[in-house]
Design a protein around this ligand. Structure first.
Ligand SMILES: [Mg+2]
Length: 237
C-alpha cells in the first residue's frame, strides 16, 4: 500500500494544455474590441496583452491579483489610447474566460488516472493559482468536479505558489500530514519549488521535456512525462 494518502494536483498544464487555449482566449477578447476599433491590428493588441501580463507578474510578484484579467484589459485600453469603456472591458473579460471554458480539454489519460486514484481511497486536492470563481469554472468545464475532494486557490490566501500560505491552507482543509502528501505539477518554479520548500514529496510532470532549472537545492522526488505514470508511484494497478 502506498504511503501517500493525498494527491495535491496543479490544474493548468498538468490536467490540460493551457497555451493554445489562452491564445484562443486572447484572440476572442481582441475580436470584441476589434468590432468597435476596426483599425486595431491583432499583433498590436497581442503584444500589448503580453507585455502588460508580464508587467503585472513583476509588479504583483507571487500575488493572485497578477492573474486578474479585468485589470489587464483595463490597462490594455489605456495602453492603446482607447477611452475608458466599462462595457467593453467586461465584454473582453467575459469573451476571454468563455473561450477558455468552451475549449478546455483534459490531457489524454487524466480522467481515468484521477478516477483510479480516487477509487483507491487517496484524496485529491486541486491547488491552483488564480481566482476561486475561474478555478470552479475550469473544474466544471473539465468535468472533473466529482473526482476532486478539495480545492485550494491562491485567491483565498492572496499569495500564489511557490509561497507557503496556499500549501498551509491545503493542509488545513485536508487535515493531511506532510509525509502522506504527493504533489504533482508541471511548473518547476511554482509547484516543485513550492512543494519541496514546503516539505512534501513532489512529481515533476514534465510533458514538454524542459530542462531542470539550475537550482542545486531543489530536486523533484519523481519525474513523469505522462500523467498515467502517477499510478505506478502511488502503487495503483
Ligand atoms: Mg501548471
Amino acid at each position: 500500500m502506498s504511503k501517500y494518502k493525498h494527491l495535491f494536483v496543479d490544474l493548468d498544464d498538468t490536467l490540460f494544455d493551457s497555451s493554445s487555449l489562452y491564445d484562443d482566449a486572447i484572440r476572442m477578447a481582441y475580436e470584441r474590441l476589434h468590432t468597435f476599433y476596426g483599425e486595431l491590428k491583432y499583433k498590436v493588441f497581442y503584444q500589448a496583452f503580453i507585455s502588460i501580463r508580464s508587467e503585472l507578474k513583476k509588479e504583483f510578484k507571487h500575488q493572485t491579483i497578477s492573474h486578474n484579467r479585468a485589470i489587464l484589459f483595463e490597462k490594455l485600453l489605456e495602453r492603446l489610447d482607447i477611452p475608458f469603456n466599462a462595457e467593453l472591458i467586461r465584454e473582453m473579460y467575459e469573451a476571454y474566460w468563455f473561450t477558455v471554458n468552451i475549449f478546455i480539454q483534459p490531457f489524454p489519460g487524466v480522467i481515468p488516472t484521477l478516477s483510479k486514484i480516487k477509487n483507491s481511497g487517496i484524496k485529491i486536492t486541486a491547488i491552483s493559482d488564480g481566482s476561486l470563481l475561474s478555478r470552479l469554472e475550469k473544474i466544471e468545464s473539465l468535468r472533473i468536479s466529482n473526482l476532486i475532494d478539495y480545492l485550494v486557490t491562491s485567491e483565498e490566501v492572496v499569495f500564489t505558489k511557490p509561497e507557503k500560505p496556499i500549501f498551509n491552507l491545503a493542509l488545513e482543509k485536508t487535515g493531511a500530514k506532510k509525509e502522506e502528501i504527493l504533489l504533482v505539477g508541471d511548473s518547476f518554479s511554482a509547484d516543485i519549488t513550492g512543494g519541496e520548500e514546503f516539505g512534501v514529496d513532489t512529481v515533476w510532470f514534465n510533458k514538454k521535456r524542459k530542462r531542470k532549472p539550475n537550482n542545486p537545492k531543489i530536486y523533484p522526488d519523481y519525474r513523469i512525462k505522462k500523467f498515467e505514470e502517477l499510478l505506478k508511484i502511488l502503487d495503483i494497478e
